[in-house]
Structure formats: C-alpha cells, structure tokens
Design a protein around this ligand. Structure first.
Ligand code: NAD
Ligand code: UDP
Length: 313
C-alpha cells in the first residue's frame, strides 16, 4: 500500500538511495536535508517525480508534516565532517531524535533510527552482537558522533517504553557505494578517488585495522525490511560480515582501477577502532533471511564506475 514517508538526511549518500527505492515502490517521499554533507545533485534525478518533495530544513529545529513513516538519517557520517563542528553533530543526533520522535508521537507514525556500529566503539568483543554494550571513549574525538548516536538510541527506546511510539533501530556498519561525496573523507571514497587520480593512497596507521564493508543496496533492503516488520524494535545490526584490513582494501582498489598509485602511511587518528565485524544472525532471523548479496569486488567495481564518471565531468 502506498505510504507517505519522510526521510531526514535524504539528500545524503544513503538517503538518496533510500528515497529512490521508496519512490520506485510507489510511495510518496518527502526528503528533508540541510545540505551539510548532502547535495541536491544526489536527488536531482528524482525531482521530476510528482510524488517527491525536497525540503531544506535543519532537523535540530522542529518540523511538522503528516506522514506514515519516518526514516531518521540526518547526521554527518564521516569522521572529518562530524568532527568539523562536534557540538552541532551532537545537537543533530540528540535534538534531531527528539524532534522526530515528538513528531512520530504526535502523528502516530512509525520511525526508524539510522544508528551505527560506532555505538560499539573500539570493540572488545568480536564479532559484535547487539547485546554488546560497547567500548566508547566518552570524551574522545569520536564521542560527538558515538555518544550522540547512543543517546539517540536511548531516546528511541524511552519514547517507545514511555509513550508507545512505534520505533525501529538499526545499527549500520561501514557502507559504501555510488553517490558518496568525493571529499567525504571515508576510506572507500578516499582510496578510489586517490587511485583514479594517481595520487598516493593514504593508509592511516599500519593498515592492519579492519572494517566490514557493505554495499548500499544491501543496506537499503535491510532498512526497508526493518521498517516494515511487525513486533520488533531492534536494535539490529545491518552490515556485511566480510572483514578486510585497510591494506587489503587499498590493494583491491589499486588492482580494480589499474592504478599506478603508491601507498603512503599517515598517523592513525585517536580512538580509531582496531577491528569491526557485524554478527548478523539477528537480522537474518527477524528480517526474513535478510543478508548482504553484493560482495566487495562487485560493489567496488560499481563505485569505481561512479567516481570515474564523476571525475571526468
Ligand atoms: P551523509 O553525510 O552522506 O548523509 C547525511 C545527510 O544528513 C546529509 O545529506 C546531510 O546534509 C544531512 N544532515 C546533516 N546534518 C543535518 C541536519 N542538522 N539537518 C538536516 N540534515 C542534516 O552520510 P550517510 O553515509 O548517507 O549516512 C546517513 C546516516 O546513516 C547517518 O545518520 C549516519 O550516521 C548513518 N550511518 C552511516 C554509515 C555509513 O557507513 N555510511 C554507517 C553507520 C551509520
Ligand atoms: N582510513 C585510512 N585512510 C583514509 C581514510 C580512512 O586508512 O584515507 C582508515 C581509518 O583510519 C579507519 C578506516 O580507514 O581505520 C575506516 O575509516 P572510515 O572513516 O571510512 O570509517 P570509520 O572509521 O568511521 O569506520
């Protein structure tokens, strides 16, 4: 059945894919963004659709609209951008959650929070399951993002318990794909852009730290399943368990782009997690056997095609 859906942060990397998919499924989509890290270009191709509305608005201010569902994605996701104005990042996560939960309560909408694997911090348990409480430095340079997202989870759970708001929480693990901002600062976009330009590939630290990379289409599928499942609030991990070191990633990118780039080593930023891998058994159980379908070589190839075209413009 056709629904009216609000996506905050809808002009960002993940948000734009989500808006596109929701429209393709016959829904009406309201995309709200303040364009801090997002871009109108990401949703330009959707503007001809009469069921798509684009609103410039900052989620830290209240917003009122009548919708059936809210996907709350507004928040910078790359360390470079979320550390640029750390107080604003906390406000976006916390006040954004309060504003959107207040709206959901008032209009009786279901609301999904885009939480993160960063709630596990630098994890002492591997792989990470949802019942792990995490290892976050509350005063470190990543805390504006990690603690903001942890507080948002707490708000979601408490609005559910206290006010019966119909909430869903997903913890997203490192996701990549077309429409990442070339200046985003995250590792996949950095390495691809560097390789395509023939610049040095910048590995932070010794490159032995690991991440598990998920292609954006798999995430969007998991997100939509979670939003529409009954009697399950989460939190649930949504990620691809295939784990790689940053050195392995750099070598893959160099090979797939046929690049002459060399690897250079830069200092590891403070509190950078050493390892990260999702346990996705809960997602499989609750979300009708959801699991990632696109593995790293295929996803990187699609992402490289996107950045090649972008850099040729
Ligand atoms: P992104 O930076 O491309 O998108 C975030 C969007 O939110 C941007 O369009 C930005 O302009 C918008 N935004 C930021 N502050 C805002 C505000 N105050 N008001 C309105 N809009 C605002 O990042 P992304 O990778 O698409 O991430 C989307 C969401 O998913 C974020 O909440 C992020 O924390 C979460 N997430 C992403 C990943 C990942 O690997 N990409 C991992 C875990 C969680
Ligand atoms: N990283 C890197 N070179 C870069 C950007 C990032 O080696 O140019 C490393 C970073 O230190 C981290 C990993 O890649 O260990 C993933 O970083 P990203 O910012 O993409 O995601 P997050 O650390 O938030 O998981």
């Amino acid at each position: 059945m056709k629904k009216r859906i609000l996506v905050t942060g809808g002009a960002g990397f993940i948000g734009s894919h989500l808006c596109e998919r929701l429209l393709n499924e016959g829904n009406e989509v309201i995309c709200m963004d303040n364009y801090f890290t997002g871009d109108k270009d990401n949703v330009l191709h959707l503007l001809d659709n009469p069921y798509f509305e684009l609103i410039r608005h900052d989620v830290t201010h209240p917003y009122f609209v009548e919708v059936d569902q809210i996907y709350n994605l507004a928040c910078p996701a790359s360390p470079v951008h979320y550390q640029y104005n750390s107080i604003k990042t906390i406000k976006t996560s916390v006040m954004g959650a309060i504003n959107m939960l207040g709206l959901a309560k008032r209009i009786n909408a279901r609301i999904l929070q885009a939480s993160t694997s960063e709630v596990y911090g630098d994890p002492l348990v591997h792989p990470q399951k949802e019942d792990y409480w995490g290892n976050v430095n509350p005063i470190g340079i990543r805390s504006c993002y990690d603690e903001g997202k942890r507080c948002a989870e707490s708000l979601f759970v408490n609005y559910h318990e206290q006010n019966n708001v119909d909430v869903r929480i997903i913890r997203i693990f490192n996701t990549y794909g077309p429409r990442m901002n070339p200046n985003d600062g995250r590792v996949v976009s950095n390495f691809i852009v560097q390789a395509l330009k023939g610049e040095d590939i910048t590995i932070f630290g010794d490159g032995k730290q690991t991440r598990s990379f998920q292609f954006v289409d798999d995430l969007v599928e998991g997100m939509i399943r979670m939003m529409n499942v009954e009697n399950f609030t989460g939190p649930v991990n949504i990620g691809n368990p295939n784990e790689f070191t940053m050195l392995e990633l750099a070598e893959k990118v160099i090979k797939l782009t046929n690049s002459e780039s060399k690897i250079t080593y830069l200092p590891l930023p403070a509190d950078d997690p050493l390892q990260r891998q999702p346990d996705i058994s809960l997602a499989k159980e609750k979300l009708n056997n959801w699991e990632p379908k696109v593995q790293l070589n295929e996803g990187l190839t699609k992402t490289i095609e996107y950045f090649s075209a972008l850099l040729e413009k």
